[in-house]
Design a protein. Structure first.
Length: 356
């Protein structure tokens, strides 16, 4: 029999709502009782302050580390070794994408369960089955795929609501990018045009796009008080990663996310100051034009980005896309996004105007 790859979608448990951080203690106890908890300095302090009473009441033992470096395989190996040497039974990743991916990777190396506690909805990293990794210089390195789903995600909307609005905007556009990227080099009108897995991606990514396009301004302006904030947490942290799960971690690198990878790899120092979703958003405009979206559709997304004070062009991301730099960008994106024919290359070159 041919090798069968398990479909990894969602996570073992997903809690979201005001005050659900109080459930962290019980989940740590269920998974053995001793945790290595790693996150950014600010995030760790916020989460520990919010969870301390319940952790103390349950008698939970935590080894706490504050991570400030890049998300690298070397650090993941270090945390995996620490978890084993300290007799930890579960790892807890706290904060944003960098720290949570680091701890997911460490748990994978250690063969231990993982609990994620996101403090923003800037990406879907808290429930995704892939760890986006970097080298010691901050450039993209090969990703590490998890062997199983995240065991528990605890998304306390009170903690998330206090995150900077900038992370909210970035998360909205990062999730919206899933739909245009699902259509990259594909013509899908119904389930008859593709596999069921592809159609599940299309249907779900369209729902995400429509929801966030409709609610994005209210979410950005009102944060936790927005009428659909709870739904946005669910959408960005779980629904979006389900789309990725059905893509099975492959074939997803289209123009929008290839733009992110390009900037992180070839424009590393300047791109460090921008969020993942901000770079993806500029690439999203190019992706939509490449797909043949109308100017009205593209302008609607650009207008949403402008209202949320996001970068709108490569120049806004401090990348000079002129002369040889433009050719280098186009050639790199084309290679990453499987754009090979002269006709498709002409489409990409024309689409790039949306980001200039």
């Amino acid at each position: 029999m041919e090798a069968v790859s398990a479909l990894k979608v969602g996570c073992g448990k997903f809690f979201h709502g005001e005050g659900v951080i109080s459930l962290l203690a019980g989940e740590i106890m269920r998974l053995g009782g001793k945790a290595l908890l790693v996150g950014g300095p600010t995030s760790v302090d916020r989460v520990m302050d919010a969870a301390r009473e319940s952790l103390d009441a349950a008698g939970v033992s935590c080894v706490v580390r504050r991570h400030t470096d890049y998300c690298t395989v070397a650090w993941a190996e270090t945390y995996a070794a620490l978890a084993r040497s300290e007799g930890c039974t579960v790892l807890v990743g706290v904060g944003g994408g960098k720290c949570i991916d680091e701890v997911k990777c460490a748990a994978h190396f250690a063969g231990l369960p993982i609990i994620t506690v996101p403090t923003s909805i800037a990406t879907c990293v808290a429930t995704s089955m892939v760890c986006i990794m970097y080298n010691e210089k901050g450039q993209r390195a090969p990703a590490v795929n998890l062997s199983k789903e995240v065991d528990v995600c605890i998304a306390d909307t009170g903690l998330i609501a206090s995150a900077p609005r900038r992370t909210l905007a970035a998360g909205i556009l990062d999730s919206m990018a899933k739909m245009p990227e699902c259509f990259h080099q594909k013509k899908i009108g119904s389930y008859r045009d593709c596999t069921l897995e592809e159609y599940i991606q299309v249907v779900n990514s369209r729902a995400i796009f429509e929801f966030l396009m409709g609610e994005g301004r209210d979410l950005y302006e009102n944060g936790g008080a927005a009428r659909r904030f709870q739904d946005a947490v669910l959408t960005n942290l779980l629904h979006t990663s389900i789309v990725s799960g059905f893509a099975d971690g492959s074939g997803q690198l289209a123009v929008a996310h290839a733009t992110y990878d390009f900037l992180r790899t070839h424009h590393t120092e300047a791109s460090y100051h921008f969020l993942h979703g901000e770079m993806v958003a500029v690439g999203l405009l190019v992706q939509m034009a490449y797909n043949g979206s109308s100017q009205e559709e593209i302008q609607a997304v650009r207008s949403l980005m402008a209202d949320m004070h996001m970068p709108l062009t490569l120049a806004d991301l401090e990348y000079d896309c002129s002369g040889a730099q433009r050719d280098f960008f186009l050639q790199t994106i084309a290679a990453d996004a499987n754009i090979t024919t002269p006709a498709d290359m002409s489409l990409l070159r024309a689409a790039l105007e949306e980001a200039l």
